[in-house]
Design a protein around this ligand. Sequence first.
Ligand code: NAD
Length: 498
Amino acid sequence: MRDIGHFIGGKAVKGTSGRSSDVFNPNTGEVQAKVALASVAEVEQAVANAEEAQRVWAAVNPQRRARVMFKFLELVQKEYDDLARLLSSEHGKTFADAKGDIQRGLEVVEFACGIPHLMKGEHSDSAGTGTDLYSLRQPLGVVAGITPFNFPAMIPLWKCAPAIACGNSFILKPSERDPGVPMRIAELFLEAGLPPGVLNVVNGDKVAVDALLDDRRVKAIGFVGSSDIAEYIYAKGCANGKRVQCFGGAKNHMVIMPDADMDQAVDALIGAGYGSAGERCMAISVAVPVGEKTADLLVKKLIPRVESLKVGPSNDPQADYGPMVTKALLNKVKSYVDAGVKEGAKLLVDGRNFKLQGYENGNFIGGCLFDHVTPDMTIYKEEIFGPVLSVVRAKDYEEALRLPSDHEYGNGVSIFTRDGDTARDFSNRVNVGMVGVNFAIPVPLAYHTFGGWKRSGYGDLNQHGPDSIRFYTKTKTITQRWPSGTKEGAEFVIPTMA
Ligand code: NAD
């Protein structure tokens, strides 16, 4: 059995707290590794290493820092398949989907390769007599990222690549459920030329997170995970004077207008609702057909598609999706389906009793489809995070627009229509952070920013894209006058350039 410790000061180290957590094989339910849970002292050790390394790293010029990013990309390419296999074996997503997880992370590393350009400040020549005004972007120091289980490559890379490229050192606290890939990422960065201590991985739970929140040397924290924890980290981090951004849960709607290409909409719903067993923060979990005719047609087409979803072990290339990450999440998803039935929603496809021959102890669940879900039901209000799609019938466009706008989450939303006016109106008015038009999972590419609204996102700046550079740097503005020898005597009024 593998023992996973931490990665501190450029090397893998064993945990010393005496506490650990099981890492399961979601296909079989067996424990495949033990991951150490850090103590406060271990976190403090990592922060001390990071602080020392950062002073040197910040002085490395941005072009050289970019070269480390380029080299890292090259190294990952060489072991892409091995990384994807490791990821899928701990998470349960299919091999093809695991490769996508890595790919979306690498795109942010590619973005970070442009750091010499991205960190350029602004310059105003001759703002006054002999006076120039300019600004610099400088790193914050030691920063930390706390990441969820569902994208164990992508989200750690979204966090650490821009932070490191900006000249910070980074402490990653990945999910204790699938820590294998984050550990390998740290080793590969070291191999790519990153000085020891610039990227550290501290495995752990609330103890490690609280230690990071309480440590005055940690200047910024980026979190991705469920909303209750996001709120807690945001409040505590801000109270402790840190820069904080927290991204939380989601309930993403897809509106299907009567004029939509129905086959295209059904394809999109099947992929976005059930891919990765619904364990995506941008998964579509609510379909909102507009008008009874649209709803009847949508449901008629969805039923056979959900019934014929191929659920298989994560290494089956034919599988549409694999097992849930843990038995605990599987049971939680099933209890949501029970609640939906109890509250009166119509369960059209019931995947609760799905069993996979040869994998009876795996965390598998078949696709579930509800119709006649209403906004007062638990399955509508709360995030399920499983392969469960709820159809909420809207009588007209305005009602369909109100549903995602009024929901407490506001991560992603999408509309399927052939009408440009409707799509434009929807995009402008909907109260949600990321919008897709005839596009089910509108995760922006690396050079734009990613972030939800309401309970899906806390903080002023989004992830990746230009916002990530703003988040991981502070601006210094310099007013300089040359020649300095102008003799005007003491000035007692506020200097103006007038
Ligand atoms: P989670 O909130 O359980 O865990 C996220 C991180 O917080 C982990 O590193 C975990 O160890 C840590 N953590 C857990 N409990 C803690 C506590 N009490 N105090 C301090 N830290 C704690 O989330 P998860 O189950 O790993 O991931 C799924 C959730 O993440 C879903 O809600 C999903 O929507 C959300 N998510 C959001 C985005 C986004 O960008 N908005 C992206 C991916 C996932």
